[in-house]
Design a protein around this ligand. Structure first.
Ligand code: NCD
Length: 309
């Protein structure tokens, strides 16, 4: 039985298939409920701390919307520049402080492992909304939910993950979920931005079919789902290297119509130029529906870890 009560949500590798199925089921219930009513009272009286030390539009607003729609309250900050970090306070002390106010903490921080450090000192449940180039498990869960919503199931599907697979935390978390399903993964990246070798090796050890290539079109031809990602500019020490690699892959309407018109296109967003605007009106362009799914997933996670469903 999947029991997530009191559990921190720190990385994609922590979930069992049972837990994934339970989260998807609860998210689907909330999606149905939101069609009928705007708000539930499940989290009435509870407070979520929303601590975003790194820029965010979707993840922060989606967590906060989820808590509001559950009838709970939100406190927090949207930038490290307005927190006591600028006075030299350690992450641990900021977390220990917020822990005195709230029941659950949603956080994003530029350092790998930061969410785990926070969880080690917090009584409140910690939900990792991105730790540097590390993990982004709630995005991965909403990506999984989106694949199931768009394609019925992950089993039997070919998933192509394209772009900055080295620095992209959404794909690092995502493959840890997809490995529970009978699917094939194709990683498309420039040589220097390949999926970390340790992740690829551990998937192969589990018997998962993984292919790696630098070529977009042959991978697209095989894809049921094409998951595009942004080259992660903020992770590059050398701006010239970013300039060289930006624009490596661009998914345009012409390519999709020629190579694989039936493909489902996902992207965690924000996009820069890797999906052309003319793709947006294709029926398989699911990235804004994906955004909406994020609220249902985060409602499910909050309700599950707080023992309300
Ligand atoms: C992603 C992130 O922050 O890792 N965005 C998101 O949370 N939706 C992807 C990105 O920034 O490229």
């Amino acid at each position: 039985m999947a029991d997530l009560v009191g559990k921190d949500i720190l990385d994609g590798a922590q979930f069992t298939r049972d837990e994934l199925e339970r989260i998807m089921e609860v998210a689907a219930d909330f999606r149905q409920q939101l069609r009928e009513e705007k708000r539930s009272n499940l989290m009435d009286g509870y407070v979520m701390g929303s601590l975003f030390f790194e820029p965010s539009t979707r993840t922060r607003l989606s967590f906060e919307t989820a808590m509001h729609r559950l009838g709970g309250a939100v406190v927090g900050f949207a930038s490290a520049s307005v927190s006591s970090t600028t006075k030299g306070e350690s992450l641990e002390d900021t977390i220990r402080t917020v822990d005195q106010y709230v029941d659950v903490i949603a956080m994003r921080h530029p350092e790998i492992g930061s969410a785990r450090r926070a969880a080690a000192v917090a009584e409140a449940v910690v939900l990792n909304g991105g730790d540097g180039a590390g993990q982004h498990p709630t995005q991965a869960l909403l990506d999984l939910f989106s694949i199931e919503s768009e394609c019925g199931s992950v089993d039997g599907k070919t998933l192509v993950l394209c772009g900055d697979l080295k620095n992209g935390r959404t794909v690092h978390a995502g493959v840890e979920l997809y490995k529970h399903y009978d699917c094939k993964m194709i990683f498309v990246a420039p040589q220097t931005l390949r999926m970390p070798a340790g992740i690829t090796a551990s998937l192969r050890e589990r018997g998962i079919a993984v292919e790696e290539t630098t070529e977009l079109e042959p991978a697209l031809a095989e894809a049921d789902v094409f998951y595009m990602t942004r080259i992660q500019k903020e992770r590059f020490a050398d701006p010239a290297e970013y300039a060289r690699l930006s624009g490596s892959y661009v998914l345009a309407r012409e390519i999709i119509e020629r190579v694989n018109p039936a493909v489902t296109v996902l992207h965690p967003l924000p996009r820069v130029d890797e999906i052309a605007a003319d793709v947006d009106s294709l029926p398989g362009a699911a990235y804004f529906r994906q955004v909406k799914n994020g609220v249902c997933i985060r409602m499910a996670l909050i309700a599950l870890v707080m023992g309300k469903v």
